[in-house]
Design a protein around this ligand. Structure first.
Ligand code: NHR
Length: 179
């Protein structure tokens, strides 16, 4: 591990995995084909889905969980189980635009700056402590898609840096320099 951090084990994105998108499963220390938890058989029962998710994740004994594109709202049973060791990257400058459709909302509001945030996941949706942010300009001709692509390049810079700091025990907030 280049940063002196043990490799990540697995992250389960049931929605995309169910579509056959193995690339977003982020299986780093285990071969592809690991068990993936599908939320759909648990329709209407988040607790049952999360119980299965916890069993799957805990088998890998992870130190830190990193959500990336994880689209199911988590109950406090789950967030409590992983309290203090679960991160998420969200495509807005929190506390602006919690929830979905962040780029469309930033454009609609006339914002000239947008970006992304890595935060700790708590029971409060997109409301946990902010660890780091990165900014991008919003161009006058941006669509949600062109803005999303610009923000994504910063997500790829921000998340490793936020994880590096967090794994070293540094929870002070930082801004990624532009460039
Ligand atoms: N759960 C908790 N408790 N706290 C957070 O901070 C969470 C969370 C679950 C996911 C990621 C978040 C994002 O980065 C995240 C943070 C999905 C929804 C949502 O509305 C909201 C926020 C995020 C992810 N999900 C719908 C649901 O009913 C489903 C939407 C869909 O399938 O398209 O779970 O944006």
């Amino acid at each position: 591990a280049p940063l002196g951090i043990p490799p990540l084990h697995l992250l389960v994105d049931p929605r995309r995995a169910a579509r056959g998108r193995r690339d977003v499963e982020m299986v780093l220390a285990k071969p592809a084909g690991d068990p993936v938890v599908d939320h759909r058989p648990h329709k209407g029962d988040r607790a049952a889905f999360e119980t299965e998710l916890i069993r799957t994740i805990d088998a890998a004994e992870p130190d830190i969980l990193c959500l990336a594109g994880f689209m199911r709202i988590l109950t406090e049973g789950f967030t409590g189980h992983y309290a203090g060791r679960m991160l998420n990257i969200h495509p807005s400058l929190l506390p602006k635009y919690r929830g979905l459709h962040t780029h469309a909302r930033a454009i609609e509001a006339g914002d000239t700056v947008a970006g992304c945030t890595v935060h700790e996941v708590t029971a409060e949706l997109d409301g946990g402590p902010i660890l780091g942010q990165a900014r991008v300009p919003v161009r006058p001709d941006d669509t949600p898609e062109t803005l999303a692509a610009r923000v994504l390049t910063q997500e790829h810079r921000l998340y490793p840096e936020a994880l590096r700091r967090f794994a070293l025990g540094d929870r002070t907030r930082f801004d990624l320099p532009t460039g």
